[in-house]
Structures are given as structure tokens and as C-alpha cells.
Design a protein around this ligand. Structure first.
Ligand SMILES: [Zn+2]
Ligand SMILES: [Zn+2]
Length: 317
């Protein structure tokens, strides 16, 4: 007979016997049919205690995630997740507070703050806050009579609080925020009236020098997070002139002058007759989006829509 089998059986019998005599097996980890090893069990136990404590703190339902595991493969996966959580504890990507992995990258406070920045009614022509009852022929009082080259706009929210902080961090290297911001952008897209008309997503381009310094174009990262059954990302719109930051421009007219003639389409582009959705992080006066839309329409685009994460400067005229 195999000696290892005998020893294992003896160990199991002894352990089970002791459990039966002294106390019931109430530890949910021990109730797993084939635990991976004692180390993983220990990690599971510590992780479980953390989760239960977090759930108690946050008022979440007290559920034991391990009780839902039913086979060795799931147990192994959970063990590895536990190890990962112990070595690299999850923190809120916005405020750095410790969170559970089930919290989807943000703590409850930050989710509440983020959702407070979204959801209000807005003008589908300029994106600013506006009651649907204040619209006249699809335009709010603020944008009626203004020359806007894009046809419709969808936005995730207003540029304030958690959303503002996350966008700023996203532009300063925190590219891991792409999943949360992409989720918000995608929600705005799916709720728009033009989602089924889009053929191309065109991220608002950076000048090559700025992209070199930053290392990436945040609008392109955002565009890659959008879910659409047919539309493709198109990068044939380019910024051909380095412009000063729009933030330092004092007026809407100065912003428009700053980006005038700053964009062009690449030779051999495919925009003729197409329906395009521009993607950007922030719209303030809309000068940049307007100039991009104008360039695309001059290149033959039949419709140009816009999708932004946030509308800023709602008091700028
Ligand atoms: Zn937080
Ligand atoms: Zn408007």
C-alpha cells in the first residue's frame, strides 16, 4: 500500500475526529472539499475577516464569498485573489482609502460623489445643464443662435468634485482611471439619441509635441473604452499647430481664435459622407470641438456628434 496514502488518510481521520469531539466545523474555509494548502487557507481566512469587517463598516450585506465556492478550481482562484489582495490591498483610485475588491475601484463616498456629478438633464446641442422643458427646437436659451458645428452632444456629467479630480488625475498619468471614466463615457453614449448613427469615433487629437510630453492621448484611451457593435476608432484627424492651453484663454472668443485652423485631416482620409462622433474629456466653451467638427465637415462628414466626460465653465459666456 502507498505509504503517503496511509499517512494522508490517518491525518484526515485524526483531524476529522478531533473536530467531531471538540467543536463543530464552523470555519467556512475548512468546509471546502479540497483546500489547496494551509498557507492559502490562512490567507483566505485573513481576507475573509477583512471583507466581513469592511462589509460591517460599510453596511453591506454580510455574505461569505467563500461559501459560494463549490469546487477546487474556484477555491484555487479565490486563493490567488486572496494572495493578490494581501500583497496589493485594494484602495479607492480617487481618494486612496482602503476598499474591498468588490467595490469596483472606488469607495462608497467617491461613487456617491461621482454619481452626484452626473445624471442631470442637459442641452443636447451644447451639453450645458438645461431642463428639457427649457429647450426650444432642441436648443437651450444659452446656445440658441450660436454657431455650433457639431450636431448633437452627449456628456457624462459636470466638471466638478470627484469627476473633476478624476479627469485631472487621468490627464496627469493616472491612466488606470480609464475603466471608471470609460464606464461613465459609455453610459452617456448608450443614453444618447445618436448612438446608432455613429460610424467612426474620432478622438480629439493632441499636437505631437504635447503627446510626446504626456505619453498618451487621453481622448484616444477613452475612445478605446467605448462599446459599439459597428463603429471603429479613426485617427485621421490631426492637430497641425501647437496651441496654447485653452485654460489660460480669458474669453470664449480668445479660445476660438486659439484653435482656429489648428486641425486638418490626413491625406487619404475616409470621412466623406460618414457620421462621426468626436471624443474628448472636457468641453468648456466648445471651441476645440467646434473647430474639429468644422474640419471634419469640410472633409465631407455628413454628421458630427460629440461625446465628452464633463462640461466645464457653465458660467462662461
Ligand atoms: Zn474614495
Ligand atoms: Zn444649449
Amino acid at each position: 500500500m502507498n505509504v503517503n496514502k496511509v499517512l494522508t488518510k490517518d491525518y484526515e481521520n485524526k483531524t476529522l475526529g478531533e473536530r467531531g469531539k471538540n467543536k463543530p466545523n464552523t470555519n467556512p474555509i475548512q468546509s471546502q472539499s479540497k483546500p489547496i494548502c494551509q498557507g492559502v487557507k490562512l490567507m483566505q481566512s485573513v481576507y475573509l475577516q477583512r471583507i466581513m469587517k469592511k462589509n460591517a463598516d460599510t453596511g453591506y450585506e454580510k455574505t461569505n464569498p467563500i461559501q459560494t465556492q463549490s469546487n477546487p478550481k474556484q477555491t484555487a482562484i479565490f486563493g490567488l485573489q486572496s494572495l493578490n489582495q494581501l500583497l496589493w490591498p485594494a484602495v479607492c483610485i480617487n481618494c486612496k482609502r482602503s476598499i474591498c475588491e468588490t467595490d469596483k475601484s472606488l469607495c462608497k463616498n467617491c461613487w456617491d460623489e461621482l454619481l452626484a456629478c452626473t445624471g442631470a438633464d442637459y442641452c443636447p446641442r451644447c451639453g450645458r445643464d438645461a431642463s428639457r422643458y427649457a429647450l426650444l427646437e432642441g436648443a437651450c436659451p444659452d446656445c440658441q443662435g450660436k454657431e455650433i458645428h457639431f450636431d448633437l452632444i452627449a456628456r457624462s456629467g459636470v466638471y466638478a468634485d470627484a469627476l473633476r479630480r478624476m479627469i485631472l488625475a487621468f490627464k496627469k498619468g493616472r491612466t488606470e482611471l480609464d475603466s471608471t471614466l470609460g464606464f461613465l463615457a459609455n453610459s452617456a453614449l448608450q443614453g444618447s439619441s445618436f448612438v446608432n448613427d455613429i460610424e467612426f469615433f474620432v478622438p480629439v487629437p493632441l499636437h505631437w509635441a504635447r503627446r510626446l510630453v504626456r505619453g498618451y492621448n487621453q481622448s484616444l484611451i477613452l475612445a478605446k473604452k467605448l462599446k459599439h457593435p459597428t463603429a471603429k476608432i479613426n485617427t485621421e484627424l490631426a492637430r497641425i499647430r501647437h496651441t496654447k492651453s485653452q485654460i489660460i484663454m480669458p474669453t470664449a472668443a480668445a479660445r476660438a481664435r486659439n484653435v482656429a485652423g489648428a486641425f486638418a485631416v490626413r491625406y487619404g482620409h475616409n470621412f466623406n459622407g460618414r457620421r462621426i462622433c468626436l471624443v474628448d474629456d472636457i468641453k468648456t466653451t466648445g471651441a476645440t470641438l467646434n473647430e474639429c467638427a468644422k474640419t471634419l465637415k469640410q472633409a465631407g462628414a455628413s454628421k458630427v456628434f460629440a461625446l465628452v466626460l464633463a462640461i466645464a465653465g457653465q458660467k462662461v459666456s
